[in-house]
Design a protein. Structure first.
Ligand SMILES: Nc1ncnc2c1ncn2[C@@H]1O[C@H](COP(=O)(O)OP(=O)(O)O)[C@@H](O)[C@H]1O
Ligand SMILES: [Mg+2]
Lengths: 256, 245
């Protein structure tokens, strides 16, 4: 706990220094406020547009929550299916490899074209972008059971299900966590891109609109809210990862 | 539970290379057989073949139980590295094979075995919180928990200090009495203490070694044990110089 508090304090200090440098730069250089507003102006915009920001945050966060949930559930299911079934692996593994090489973000315009400007296209984009890292990180761990543990399973004549439950799943928890870490980075990015491609609501939409109208301070305020949203997700995954590490130990199989 | 003899003959290869040339050994039914040899000669491979585990080496020959029944399902094996689940505590590690088979677990018996190997109070420890010697004793407790007729031990006490090793050897001798035990070791003293029959293995084959006529486990400091140990060392030295005749 002490450690976390210290990290937080350090972050706060860095933030204060950053805000100070920002404000000084703006004040001294005389950059017009529609190019770079100072932190005071951004704070003012945050306060003045609280209701507008809140409404758009709800929309974006709702999409993010639903999309992440779907991406995680489908990703975990795919990894389990691939790990359990040779045939599924033969069929789907190449797709997973290709999907890792192709930037899934590039599909956002197509998805918007097919599903329209509303919620479904956003949710699908977010789900798609989080699905692949989760599926592949979890799958990689599920199929790389250390030789010693696979010997145990062999000697016991374990069924595939029990091997999955008692050996592969606990061994794969770190894989799920690293997939989640990627997902919470990609998720907010997908929110932005989805809304930039076409939306009538949300923080990304608000950024685009305020930018077009020269309300740069409001754009920064929306960006700030989105950053806070990302930070919350990151903190949640870190907490989950700490808890899992405490529960499962280091999870690394020591040889020799 | 009747412990069968195990008959093994043939030559051991890995990827076209000869590991052990033509040999023929019979593991004593319900007794301890020890195999001594330099590292890399193929001892672990032989053990894995007996246990029917995947193995890079290939035996041109046969492995058969004296009663003709399959060997694999009757085997408990303690591997060279402890093979403990890093996320599971000591008790769960001891009972993992039972869980994998879908049997009910007996945590009282597991706890008793843990106390037998000198680790009472370590029930909730994770492998990362124990020394190599303590982990090896947990692995021994797991092997004992399996309660099998055939027990394969791959350098089981190598990480233990001398006094703990003697205690673990005595315990294993007591709790594995009446089972067919195949002990792989590089320690002549261990073979002399525990074995009913002992062999030395080199690339040229496997040859029998003389052991004291008393019954194992033999006192580590008895004159007959020490002289047999000296003879064994001489044998090993001679064989590594000249090869098996
Ligand atoms: N996958 C493999 N491919 C080729 N050679 C192997 C492979 N695995 C093990 N070996 C060789 O087989 C030999 C026997 O190994 P092992 O049975 O572990 O020896 P020991 O237990 O006697 O120390 C070693 O010399 C090793 O190099
Ligand atoms: Mg070995």
């Amino acid at each position: 706990m002490l450690n976390a508090t210290r990290t937080l304090l350090r972050g706060l200090l860095v933030l204060l220094v950053f805000l100070f440098v920002w404000q000084t730069t703006v004040s001294l250089s005389g950059v017009p406020r529609f190019i770079l507003p100072g932190p005071m102006l951004v704070a003012q915009a945050l306060w003045d547009n609280a209701a507008l920001l809140w409404q758009n945050t709800l929309w974006s966060a709702g999409n993010l929550g639903i999309g992440l949930t779907i991406g995680i559930i489908l990703g975990v299911e795919t990894a389990l299916l691939l790990a359990l079934s040779q045939r599924a692996r033969w069929l789907l593994r190449p797709m997973l490899v290709v999907a890792q090489a192709v930037p899934v973000f590039a599909l956002a315009p197509v998805i918007t074209l097919w599903l329209g400007y509303g919620m479904p296209s956003k949710v699908v984009t977010i789900a798609l972008v989080t699905y692949f890292p989760i599926a592949s990180a979890l799958f990689d761990r599920l199929v790389t059971l250390p030789a010693g543990l696979s010997d145990l399973s062999h000697l016991s004549g374990a069924s595939r299900w029990r091997e999955m439950r008692f050996l592969r799943l606990p061994h794969a928890v770190p894989g799920l966590l690293s997939g989640l870490r990627l997902a919470v980075v990609y998720g907010p990015l997908a929110v932005l891109i989805g809304e930039w491609v076409g939306s009538s609501q949300g923080l990304g939409h608000l950024m685009l609109m305020s930018n077009g109208r020269g309300q740069t301070a409001l754009m920064f305020a929306a960006l700030l809210v989105l950053a806070c949203l990302s930070l919350c997700l990151w903190v949640a995954v870190e907490a989950l990862s700490r808890w899992a590490t405490r529960l499962l130990g280091t999870c690394e199989y020591a040889t020799g | 539970m009747t412990a069968p003899a195990i008959y093994i003959n043939g030559a051991l290869h890995v990827a076209q290379n000869l590991l052990i040339d033509g040999f023929e050994i019979t593991l004593t039914a319900g007794g301890w057989s020890a195999l001594l040899g330099p590292s890399g000669v193929g001892k672990t491979s032989l053990l894995r073949l007996i246990a029917d585990l995947p193995c890079a080496a290939h035996l041109d020959g046969h492995i058969k139980a004296g009663d003709g029944a399959p060997i694999g399902p009757r085997v408990a094996m303690m591997a060279q590295d402890d093979q403990l689940l890093p996320w599971a505590n000591t008790l769960d590690n001891i009972m993992i094979c039972a869980r994998l088979r879908g049997e009910d677990v007996q945590s009282d018996r597991a706890a008793a075995l843990l106390a037998d190997v000198g680790l009472a109070g370590f029930e909730r420890r994770k492998p990362a919180q124990m020394s190599a010697g303590q982990r090896q004793r947990v692995a021994l407790a797991r092997t004992l928990y399996e309660d099998r007729a055939i027990v394969l031990l791959d350098e089981p006490f190598s990480a233990l200090d001398v006094m703990t090793r003697y205690a673990a050897q005595d315990l294993a001798a007591e709790l594995l009495a009446g089972r067919t035990v195949f002990l792989i070791t590089h320690d002549p003293a261990e073979a002399v203490r525990l074995a009913d029959v002992a062999w030395i293995v080199t690339q040229t084959g496997i040859s029998a070694c003389p052991l004291p006529s008393t019954a194992p486990p033999r006192a580590p400091d008895a004159a007959s044990t020490l002289s047999a140990q000296a003879t064994l060392l001489q044998c090993m030295r001679q064989i590594t110089v000249t090869g098996i005749a």
